[in-house]
Design a protein around this ligand. Structure first.
Ligand code: NAD
Length: 385
């Protein structure tokens, strides 16, 4: 039995007992009131069955300013995630919207106190942290969903449907990633680029999206080995940064690549860039024994597709290709992400984006970093949860 099915089975048994009265409003808090918290609150405010009861941020006055900006009169404000959890015994759920290095600690604290968690992507910084999060989740029996909103995009669902339909046959090779010619995120300070807050750079900010797109499509097979590379030639060079201080603060990767062997005889070739002297490091391609899929690359703000997709296959002995047009539904992916999490909490159903999958995403990010530091290929070992 796989790690993912054991965890899901365990959670299903536990969760069924904890269904919440559907007529009661859910009490929700937000930990970390920075940039992405705006997207969370915007979606929570559209949900009739949610009451925002608490906000927390380490920076003095930031949670209060957020409260005023979004007219959250009844919400209490705190200086940390732990303080919020300690003082809100009746709270049902929190969104953890802190920078990457502060994903694990508040998430584990909330789960240990019986609070459901919607955790922003990437899951965390290291595989060790991901394992600790999964263990806390398992012990709590609560819902933990990871904030990959592209999962709710119809084009992403189409990629998965194409793979699952068998049109491509057995998948044996995948190339994915993407990036930007210039796009190191600094508009809100240094929290994405400093080692002690971001922890990882392009890898965690946008690489995790590309990995989720293809790994989800093929059913999240376990990663076995990885040969990784990372560099920071742009972020550390003042010529490419808004100011000298940001170049000095830069402590993460702005480019990373990995060659990953997955269970089932699949090879995954990955590269991701926040900055480069190139338009794109390549489209995503999924190669199979009966057909291959090309997904035009994007600048990876949000993991979506960069244009119509193409399936290359043989028809009656002739090489041909089928265009898969872009699907536009107009749906707000953030609303869908928030709603799916709330529904799982209320109905006691499994998390829409479960940690049992995303731990493999994190294992690849972690493996690329460790392999790059060691300078050779490594085995990926994921301890029992
Ligand atoms: N899903 C998406 O589309 C998306 C988009 C942008 C960012 N993100 C993710 O959201 C996270 C936050 O990004 P951001 O741009 O909002 O960063 P940010 O730096 O603007 O905000 C993070 C806030 O968290 C606070 N904080 C840190 N640790 C805390 C703690 N323990 N308790 C309370 N507050 C704490 C910081 O003081 C800061 O104000 C990142 O992990 C990022 O990858 C996701």
């Amino acid at each position: 039995m796989s790690l993912s099915s054991i965890l899901d089975e365990f959670k299903n048994t536990r969760l069924k007992k904890e269904e919440i009265d559907p007529n009661r409003k859910l009490k929700v808090g937000i930990i970390g009131t920075g940039w992405i918290a705006d997207a969370h609150i915007n979606s929570y405010k559209k949900q009739p069955d949610v009451e925002i009861v608490a906000l927390a941020d380490l920076i003095p006055g930031k949670a209060d300013a957020f409260k005023a900006k979004w007219n959250l009169e009844g919400a209490r404000t705190y200086m940390s995630g732990d303080e919020l959890i300690d003082n809100e015994p009746g709270i049902d759920a929190v969104s953890v919207c802190t920078y990457n290095c502060q994903h694990a600690e508040p998430t584990i604290y909330a789960l240990n106190h019986g609070v459901n968690v919607l955790l922003e992507k990437p899951m965390c910084v290291t595989l060790d942290e991901a394992v600790a999060i999964c263990r806390a989740e398992k012990a709590s029996g609560k819902v933990l969903s990871i904030g990959f909103q592209p999962r709710f995009d119809e084009n992403m669902k189409m990629i998965k449907r194409i793979v699952e339909s068998g049109t491509l046959g057995k998948i044996y090779y995948i190339q994915t990633g993407g990036g930007r010619r210039r796009g190191i995120p600094t508009p809100f300070g240094t929290s994405f680029i400093a080692k002690d807050t971001g922890g990882i750079g392009a890898l965690g900010d946008i690489g995790c999206y590309s990995l989720d797109m293809v790994m989800n499509a093929i059913g999240y097979p376990k990663p076995i080995t990885v040969s990784g590379y990372k560099s920071a030639y742009f972020g550390t060079n003042p010529k490419y940064m808004p100011c000298k201080e940001y170049a000095e603060a830069f402590g993460v990767d702005d480019f990373a690549a990995g060659f990953v062997r997955l269970e089932g005889g699949i090879v995954l070739d990955f590269r991701i860039a926040w900055a480069m002297h190139l338009d794109t490091p390549g489209d995503t391609i999924i190669m199979g024994t009966e057909g291959s899929l090309r997904i035009p690359s994007t600048d990876c703000w949000n993991g979506s597709v960069g244009g119509a997709m193409t399936i290359y296959h043989d028809l009656c002995g002739t090489q041909t290709q089928t265009t898969v047009p872009i699907l536009h539904t107009g749906a707000d992916l953030f609303d869908l992400k928030i709603r799916s999490f709330l529904d799982a909490v209320k109905k006691g159903t499994p998390a829409p984006v479960p940690s049992s999958q995303i731990i493999y995403n994190q294992a690849i990010l972690d493996g690329i970093c460790r392999s790059a530091e060691l300078g050779h290929e490594i085995e990926i070992e994921i301890p029992e949860i």
